[in-house]
Design a protein around this ligand. Structure first.
Ligand code: COA
Length: 375
């Protein structure tokens, strides 16, 4: 009998001490800490330290860590050349994938295992620089200085994006988003990173592959697709009619459903709160927010499907003035920390990941040489 589980759904494919997801008792936790506590009480940098180094930092450790992230923002000139050469109409996800790959040739991974944390920190520091240098060069025609004195990754991103010091509420909203997106057990991109790591390929190979996996609309790309959906409707009535039509024709509504969660995604409530807060009483923003909530109501009523982490990220990022094409790259900037944790964990107790397939092809065939196969 077939042992096949389509999409590996429900298959336990390994052990991890990094996070629990959809656990009936624990819910979503990073190294034992509840996501709600981290999202309300920690900075993204603390969470990044927790994931990369395995425990929460002390105040001193955090300040040294933050200083290292700040020092990691510089772009080597060869990388700047590559960023300027990538076409203006390239996907920003491909920019990050290419940038990480190029950096891997310039700053190869050190041979000692302890060096991995350093590579992870370098990437956390430099990813916003890569993305926004390329964006400003091609979209705004400006060569920007990426070495700012902003203390946080969120602050750095917003400053490079808008060319001005970020408002503290905007910085806090983006930092919360980075915390929510940081880690999620054996999701597709993390599993990709682990499969690549298990072959003993290097850190950059694993991250490059993970970025590729995250770019797909069924995974990280869903936040951009959710925005495109919301943008199709001017008001809640239109949204209701449009979504009902899509469901009637069996189309997928991006930003809904989840492989693991069955009733709700704990990240969604938190980011929805930020979307509502940022909408304030601005009529344009409220229109976007009200379209979003109506889509969620229809999806629950019709399909018992709930918004996943991506859905309200769309309106939150819109209200932060971030162009839609940069939504999924922000996810990379955050999930990088979870990928790093998994790469380090996989290395520490490695075995090649190589499952088997159930063969469904033709029976044994008689081989006919090409000159006897006719035209
Ligand atoms: N819109 C409409 N229907 C959906 C849906 C969605 N977003 N998500 C799931 N469904 C339906 C499927 O059509 C299917 O119905 P059926 O049994 O009548 O065919 C059923 O729910 C099960 O869905 P399936 O795609 O098999 O579940 P999965 O576990 O393989 O996939 C996702 C999980 C996340 C890939 C899926 O829910 C999805 O594609 N969501 C949209 C993309 C998205 O938001 N991704 C981000 C995930 S965090």
């Amino acid at each position: 009998m077939s042992q096949n589980r389509a999409g590996l759904a429900g298959v336990i494919a390994g052990q991890t001490a990094i996070s629990t997801v959809g656990d009936e008792h624990a819910g979503l936790t990073y190294r034992g800490y509840a996501i709600d506590d981290l999202a309300t009480g920690a900075s993204f940098e603390e969470v990044a330290y927790l994931l990369i180094h395995g425990r929460l930092p002390t105040r001193n450790e955090l300040s040294v860590f933050q200083a290292r992230l700040i020092e990691s923002r510089y772009l080597p000139p060869q990388l700047v050349n590559v960023l300027e050469t990538i076409p203006a109409d390239a996907s920003p996800m491909d920019v990050l994938r290419t940038g990480v790959s190029m950096l891997g040739t310039l700053e190869p991974e050190p041979q000692d295992a302890a060096g991995l944390g350093g590579v992870a920190e370098r990437l956390v520091g430099v990813l916003p620089s890569m993305l926004l240098y390329w964006f400003n060069y091609h979209v705004n025609g400006r060569r920007i200085d990426v070495e700012t004195s902003e203390r946080t990754v969120a602050g750095q991103f917003l400053r490079l994006m808008h060319g001005a010091a970020p408002e503290s509420r905007a910085e806090q909203a983006l930092a919360t988003s980075l915390i929510l997106y940081a880690e999620h057990e054996f999701n597709a991109s993390t599993f990709t990173a682990r499969v690549i790591t298990a072959t003993q390929a290097d850190f950059y190979a694993a991250i490059t592959g993970a970025i590729g996996a995250l770019s797909g609309p069924l995974h990280g790309g869903a936040n951009e697709q959710a925005m495109a959906l919301i943008d199709r409707f001017n008001d809640p009535q239109q949204a209701e009619a449009g979504v009902l039509d899509m469901l009637a024709t069996k189309q997928k509504i991006m930003g809904f459903g989840h492989r693991v969660y069955r009733e709700s995604d704990p990240r969604s409530t938190i980011i929805q709160g930020w979307a509502r807060l940022l909408a304030g009483d601005d009529a344009g923003r409220l229109a976007v927010y009200n379209v979003s909530t109506r889509i969620a109501e229809v999806m629950w009523r019709e399909k018992k499907l709930f918004p996943n982490a991506d859905f309200y990220h769309a309106s939150t990022y819109r209200f932060l003035g971030i162009p839609t094409a940069l939504f999924t790259p922000i996810f990379v900037m955050s999930r990088l920390t979870g990928w790093a944790a998994h790469i380090i964990e996989q290395r520490a107790d490695n075995r090649l990941i190589r499952p088997s397939a159930e063969y469904v092809g033709p029976d044994r065939q008689t081989f006919v040489p090409i000159d006897r196969r006719g035209q």
